[in-house]
Design a protein around this ligand. Structure first.
Ligand code: PMP
Length: 366
């Protein structure tokens, strides 16, 4: 007998490559490669996590009722329309699992989050890649990709890995241009970092539209990436379909307790947001000062900055040089960005250290 054969569409998946945390020679370095919170986690969330780490023999509450109630109260939502998962990654997969299948088309942008392609291919759907507009999301280009076979459009807003933000009006225009039988997934993993526009803009659309799913996460602003808690909000029909294929116990008791406590500590959130805004602006301005050496920071509304290298110093050389200097950032040749590094906004020391190292490399490359 021959061995079991994986489905051809599964073999077409390029496996997800996570941000690295060590160097090839095992040195400990500052990790600026996965857009985590450099300020850590709320102390209240840590305490709640430890307190809840008892009764390990018990299953978690499969309905997630406490988490849904607390989220609903914080965001002014209907708890029955909230779904949660093992990170928002799981919720993104549930969307594809429930609404796309073999031969269907799933659209996302050229420089988009890697999980969309994996989620689409996993169910046998065909990924369709919309061109960007100088790294930003181009609504008209997305609409031009729509065919009779389109089932899902995934948009991260702010987008990863570019950090760019499409305004509420642009998203409303995208939604208005899509047929009602196409699911629009608004991935708001970085929504809390947005300045000057309401972070819940997409939520208002999900409240009224029958074809919009908004996804959120505790991994970024709330500093709980280790605990894997994400959630989504959509119409009751969309949520019910996704529930059919959800793993019953995808989030843990301790992780849920941490998430609930983290939501209650908005001081930590405000502190993180202020830190990120200050150091993202500083970092981008310092990159701009190296513009004559071909460095460019793509305007970001997230907790990271995409730096383009268009001069003598290449992104690959800068990636290696930063590693030698003690910083791991994200080089993304596999995502069509061999000329870019995605750098998480770190602590003040980390931001200053990365800029100093880049400056030294630019001086040498001249
Ligand atoms: N969406 C985007 C755009 C992301 O960058 C990430 C994290 N890399 C996620 C979703 C998934 O995050 P998590 O599964 O930790 O919620």
């Amino acid at each position: 007998m021959s061995a079991p054969e994986p489905k051809p569409w599964i073999m077409a998946i390029a496996p997800y490559v996570p941000g690295r945390s060590t160097t090839d020679d095992g040195r400990k370095v500052a990790k600026l490669s996965s857009n985590e919170n450099p300020l850590g986690t709320s102390q209240k969330a840590r305490d709640a996590f430890l307190t809840a780490s008892t009764n390990l023999e018990r299953y978690p509450d499969a309905s997630g009722s406490e988490l849904r109630e607390v989220l609903a109260a914080k965001h002014g939502l209907d708890p029955a329309r909230i779904i949660y998962g093992n990170g928002s990654d799981e919720v993104l997969h549930l969307a594809a699992g429930a609404f796309a299948g073999p031969g269907d088309e799933v659209i996302f942008v050229k420089y988009g989050f890697a999980v969309y392609e994996i989620a689409a291919r996993r169910v046998g759907a065909v990924p369709v890649i919309a061109p960007d507009n100088d790294y930003a999301t181009d609504v008209d280009a997305i609409l031009a990709c729509v065919t009779d076979k389109t089932k899902i459009v995934y948009i991260a807003n702010p987008n990863n890995p570019t950090g760019t933000y499409a305004s509420r009006e642009e998203i409303a225009r995208l939604h208005a241009g899509l047929r009602n039988d196409i699911l629009l997934v608004l991935d708001h993993a970085y929504a809390e970092y947005i300045e000057g526009d309401a972070e819940d803009g997409g939520m208002a659309l999900a409240e009224t539209a029958s074809n919009v799913l908004v996804t959120r996460t505790f991994s970024k602003m709330y500093g709980l990436a280790a605990e894997r808690i994400g959630w989504g909000y959509a119409s009751p029909e969309i949520i019910a379909a996704m529930h059919r294929i959800r793993l019953p116990f995808s989030i843990t008791i301790a992780g849920t307790a941490a998430a609930v406590a983290a939501l209650g500590d908005q001081d930590f959130v405000a502190h993180t947001k202020a830190h990120n805004a200050e150091w993202r602006a500083w970092f981008s301005a310092e990159i701009a000062k190296m513009g004559n050496a071909g460095l460019r920071a793509v305007p970001s509304q997230a907790n990271f900055v995409l730096v383009l290298f268009e001069g003598a110093l290449t992104a690959e050389a800068a990636y290696k040089g930063l590693m030698d200097a003690g910083y791991i950032v994200r080089w993304l040749p596999g995502q069509g960005l061999p000329h870019g590094l995605r750098i998480t906004v770190g602590t003040e020391d980390e931001c200053r250290g990365v800029i100093a190292a880049l400056r030294a490399m630019v001086a040498k490359a001249d």
